[in-house]
Ligand binder design. Structure first.
Ligand SMILES: Nc1ncnc2c1ncn2[C@@H]1O[C@H](COP(=O)(O)OP(=O)(O)O)[C@@H](O)[C@H]1O
Ligand SMILES: [Mg+2]
Length: 258
């Protein structure tokens, strides 16, 4: 791709390079600026690695990046990234990169998350993953005066036995998506799929709200990995699953030589 922007009669869309070798060429140069892309896949499919590549690209461009993790503490994530050649330590020290572990057992997890997202400091944000947040046992209640003017505040219902209903889960996800949208950053959220799942996200909602959807698949029988672009707003793209490789340099698209 020669151009980083393309011009239509109505608008110029800036593209944000993904950091994944070969992917930008398939989506007109990169993710649309300020878009939210959902990256889904089973465990080990490469979601976190794709996120590292995305924010590392940002750091290399002099941008400010935020990585919100719910799976492990920051140290574990940083070590995993470093092993793949993505050393974020210098960027953390100069304030360009922030890694934040969100503990969903803490009552203020939503506030911590929204404050960070809405700080306006970041060009790129990763939320890895949205799954525990969308499934957490907190209820949202409509109130008049609350934070962020979102129309909801969070009620701890530890002692209630009611399960998490679909509409409540939808509100969780809407809240997160709204915050990410207001941040004006270009964002990746990840979703955990089970191996046998044929859905595009664990919650069945995120794929409709996100601007883009990328599915990562690992096929153990064939020892093969695929990346599919299901959706990308304002972008002409192929739906064909692409062969990918993960090695010590992260994810790359495998080019076919004809
Ligand atoms: N150096 C490497 N060479 C080959 N494959 C690797 C390497 N490092 C990691 N992987 C593969 O990537 C997987 C981890 O990817 P990750 O992004 O953490 O998955 P997810 O976040 O989707 O659970 C590992 O299970 C392994 O299959
Ligand atoms: Mg992961």
């Amino acid at each position: 791709m020669q151009e980083e922007t393309y011009q239509s009669e109505k608008f110029i869309m800036n593209r944000v390079k993904t950091g994944v070798n070969g992917l930008d060429d398939l989506i007109e140069g990169g993710f649309p600026e300020k878009s939210i892309t959902l990256v889904s896949g089973s465990p080990g499919a490469g979601k976190s690695i794709l996120c590292f590549q995305f924010i590392y690209e940002g750091v290399n461009n002099g941008e400010n990046v935020l990585y919100l993790t719910l799976d492990k503490r920051e140290e574990g994530i940083l070590l995993q990234a470093k092993k793949l050649g993505y050393d974020f330590q210098p960027a953390i020290e100069n304030g360009q990169a922030t890694f934040r572990y969100l503990n969903i057992n803490k009552k203020l997890v939503y506030e911590t998350m929204s404050n960070e997202i809405l700080s306006g400091k970041y060009d790129r944000i990763v939320l890895d993953s949205i799954t525990p947040l969308s499934e957490m046992p907190l209820f949202l209640a409509d109130t008049q005066n609350n934070m962020n003017g979102s129309g909801y505040s969070f009620v701890d219902t530890e002692n209630q036995s009611t399960g998490l209903s679909g509409p409540v889960q939808r509100k969780h996800i809407l809240f997160i998506m709204n915050a990410l949208e207001s941040s004006e950053a270009t964002t990746i959220i990840t979703s955990e799929l089970s191996l046998s799942s044929s859905n595009l996200s664990r919650d069945g909602i995120s794929e409709f709200l996100a601007d883009g959807v990328i599915l990562l698949k690992a096929d153990p029988t064939m020892d093969r990995r695929k990346l599919s672009i299901f959706k990308m707003r304002n972008t002409k793209h192929t739906l064909k699953p692409q062969d990918i490789q993960i090695n010590e340099n992260g994810i790359t698209l495998v080019r076919k030589t004809m």
